[in-house]
Design a protein around this ligand. Structure first.
Ligand code: ATP
Ligand code: MG
Length: 493
């Protein structure tokens, strides 16, 4: 049934200008793929694709501000929009694809097909719907709308054949499960299980891009469990399924595999960065090979799993061609995730050493990873008192101490400018100045401090000494106050 959808879906004017431009020049034009799927779901489309019977040259003839630099006929039309999603509208001629002998790329791409032929070459029914934005109706030969309603990813046509053409589609299926919170249709799932081996032929970069999208989605855990059930997780990384069935001690409700996944899911629930998500997924990856039974303790130990695990993580991420910086950050987090954090037993200098190990810029990520780790054990409380106290200690270790170094002057400057010899007078002066700027930070300027220095130096020595001592005491009070504020912030007063 055709019905008018123009009222229902808001199509941006940039998109309409391009599609109506094609039509005015005598061609067909339809919105297609992810944007139509997202419009029907009620999600904001990430980008907008138009398909047409015009050739790349004809498209470029209509839109002079455009570019064409690929083998698939896609012309990027620049719209001048400031919105990144609308700045370039991709226009692709209808096409068909011939055999895929390498299981990843069509041997030839042929233009000049019909809309229906073009929809037939697409991966899943939910992505094979076209929207005629002039008439306001959908062309949906594979019942994609029904699958959207049923929340199902289903291959267009014969699932086995389609997944065989391009093995990446298996991972795309799992990615849509993660991003849309859909399931996979039974026949398609079966075809994935049967054809999983073909994922070996897919470039690691393409696998990585799908993994990143899975990890950055709201539901990475479900999708990776499904990937495991379908037998494709090992092609993302053979190290991940090694934790399956590896049981742990009382403190853990889950085996190593499930614990890693639950830790990852918590990072996603919190909206934390890809670095933390990667580290959470891999943090206990080497527990299987480091596991030892202790007869005396009557429990498992996993000595050094974080050291081995950081090496394994590095290799796995290198294999997936992650950027060097991402690998460094994620492996560092894995390497140091076992840090000792009992504030009753730890000194501030041990906390400082920890910060030096992992790097000041990563310390908060490491603490967040600890939260994921804790939640991933199945223990209910997320941030117990002692952990908050440890956080307060980290903040205390990170803050600059209150000292005369904060002043916009220094001993050398004073000696030179005011012709004073080295001696206690310099220290008294600096401490007296510090007291003043602690009361009013606006006074911390060269001009003001020079003026005050001149006055202080003219004072009798014992009076200056008293002011200096008072300054020192005032500094201690201010230090205590800052620390108290940190404790209060973390609710550990
Ligand atoms: P999103 O934009 O959210 O990533 P999408 O579905 O638009 O999702 P794209 O990679 O942008 O995904 O591809 C656009 C459309 O091209 C898809 O909706 C699908 O119809 C088709 N497509 C993309 N990749 C493939 C593939 N490997 N095999 C078959 N069709 C594909
Ligand atoms: Mg898209």
């Amino acid at each position: 049934m055709w019905y008018d959808l123009r009222m229902k879906y808001r199509i941006p004017k940039e998109v309409e200008i391009v599609s109506s431009g094609l039509r005015k020049a005598g061609f067909e034009a339809y919105l297609v793929g992810g944007c139509v799927r997202d419009l029907i779901i009620g999600k904001e489309p990430k980008d907008w694709d138009i398909t047409t019977n015009a050739t790349p040259e004809q498209i470029q003839g209509i839109f002079t501000d455009s570019f064409y630099e690929n083998d698939y006929g896609t012309v990027g039309v620049k719209t001048g929009s400031l919105d990144a999603r609308l700045a370039i509208i991709e226009v692709t001629p209808y096409r068909t694809e011939s055999a895929y002998s390498d299981k990843r790329r069509p041997d030839t791409v042929t233009f000049g097909a019909s809309l229906l032929e073009d929809l037939a070459r697409r991966d899943f029914t939910i992505n094979a719907i076209a929207l005629d934005d002039a008439q306001g109706h959908l062309i949906d030969p594979y019942e994609g709308q029904k699958d959207i309603k049923d929340k199902l990813v289903r291959a267009v046509g014969n699932a086995s054949l389609r997944l065989n053409e391009d093995a990446l589609r298996m991972l795309r299926a799992v990615r849509f499960v993660a991003e849309l919170d859909f399931g996979i249709d039974g026949g398609t799932a079966e075809a994935i299980s049967k054809n999983s081996e073909h994922l070996r032929h897919v470039s690691r970069e393409r696998v990585r891009d799908e993994l990143v999208r899975i990890l950055n989605s709201d539901k990475p855990m479900n999708a990776l469990v499904l990937a495991q059930q379908l037998g494709i997780l090992k092609f993302i990384s053979p190290d991940l399924p090694r934790g399956i069935g590896v049981e742990q001690n009382q403190a853990h409700s889950y085996n190593v595999f499930e614990h890693n996944l639950r830790s990852l899911q918590h990072a996603a629930d919190k909206g934390w960065s890809l670095d933390i998500r990667l580290a959470a997924l891999f943090h206990d990856v080497s527990k299987p090979e480091t596991r030892c039974w202790s007869e005396t303790k009557k429990e498992w130990s996993f000595h050094g799993h974080e050291v081995v695990g950081s090496r394994v993580t590095k290799k796995a991420l290198e294999d997936l061609r992650f950027p060097r910086e991402t690998i460094e950050r994620a492996t560092k987090l894995v390497r140091w995730h076992m840090f000792f954090s009992d504030p009753e037993q730890i000194t501030l200098s041990a906390v400082r050493r920890m910060i030096t190990n992992v790097g000041e810029e990563h310390i908060w990520d490491l603490l967040n990873l600890r939260i994921c780790d804790r939640v991933g054990t199945g223990r209910p409380k997320e941030q117990p008192f002692r952990f908050r106290k440890y956080k307060a200690m980290v903040e205390q270790a990170l803050r600059d101490p209150i000292s005369v170094k904060m002043l916009k002057t220094n001993g050398e400057h004073i000696m030179k400018t005011f012709h004073v010899n080295p001696g206690p007078k310099i220290g008294w002066t600096l401490n007296a100045l510090l007291e003043e700027i602690l009361d009013d930070s606006a006074r911390n300027t060269r001009e003001y401090l020079d003026k005050r220095t001149e006055e202080l130096l003219e004072m009798p020595e014992d009076a200056l000494m008293n002011l200096g001592e008072a300054g020192k005491q005032r500094r201690e009070v201010a230090e205590d106050e800052e620390i108290r504020q940190i404790m209060e912030k973390h609710h550990v007063c």
